[in-house]
Design a protein around this ligand. Structure first.
Ligand SMILES: N[C@@H](CCC(=O)N[C@@H](CS)C(=O)NCC(=O)O)C(=O)O
Length: 223
């Protein structure tokens, strides 16, 4: 039986979601930061070139954060990420966070993504831009840089109701569950540089992000 191995890109919200679920559930795992240009190990392990991919103790490698979360719940049922009776609403909320909210946060994070990959080399930046422009059209990346203020306004608008629902509760539906991990993952778009860019007016959401961030695979020191 091997150790769990999570293949990730540091800026990926789907990887952040899986990482946090692993931290919450507690099994030891190894983190493999995949080089944007050199994905041989990921390809050989998973048969494809996207992250997250998780190699299980059995040696099987699974992909897609939803499928990984479901399998982790089967393998490590406690603590649960699907509180009884709330599984459906957690899945529905997570689906919204991973699609519509992801799209808005991704657009707002493009300048930071470009800077992140530029630090790793012009070749990594060029590939990252190429793949985005192939999907969204020529000039997309530079447009996202020039429209950053408007993109951040849109993000603020979409996050405001979530901030409101966290006013009285630590987690979205009271007790922690899958939707919280999905939201945390997406908020990592506003945190991966080290500077927290969740708008300062959204204090409940900032506190939620920090609360989720404290769930750690590293044991808390004894008082
Ligand atoms: N639905 C998938 C989405 C995974 C995904 O979009 N991964 C991105 C990183 S955030 C990726 O690997 N993109 C390939 C690339 O950038 O080359 C999931 O939930 O895991």
């Amino acid at each position: 039986m091997g150790t769990l191995r999570l293949y990730q890109f540091a800026t990926s919200p789907f990887c952040a979601k899986v990482r946090k679920i692993l931290d919450y559930k507690g099994p030891a795992y190894e983190l493999v930061e995949v080089d944007y240009l050199e994905r041989k190990a990921l390809l050989l392990a998973s048969g494809q070139i996207m992250v997250p991919a998780l190699t299980l103790e059995s040696g099987e490698t699974i992909t897609d954060s939803d499928r990984i979360a479901t399998r982790l719940e089967e393998l490590y049922p406690e603590p649960t990420i699907f509180p009884p009776d709330l599984r459906g609403i957690h899945l529905a909320l997570a689906r919204y966070f991973d699609s519509e909210l992801e799209d808005a946060l991704f657009r707002a994070a493009v300048p930071d993504e470009i800077a992140h990959y530029r630090r790793q080399g012009r070749d990594r930046e060029a590939l990252w831009r190429l793949l985005r422009e192939r999907k969204y059209g020529a000039g997309f990346c530079d447009t996202m840089v020039s429209e950053n203020r408007a993109n951040m306004d849109r993000v603020r608008e979409m996050l405001a109701p979530l901030d409101d629902s966290l006013r009285e509760r630590a987690f979205l539906l009271g007790r922690i569950g899958y939707a919280d991990f999905a939201l945390y993952g997406q908020l990592c778009y506003l945190g991966f540089t080290g500077e927290l860019k969740i708008p300062s007016g959204l204090a409940n959401l900032r506190a939620f992000y920090e609360r989720m961030g404290r769930i750690s695979s590293v044991p808390e020191p004894n008082p």
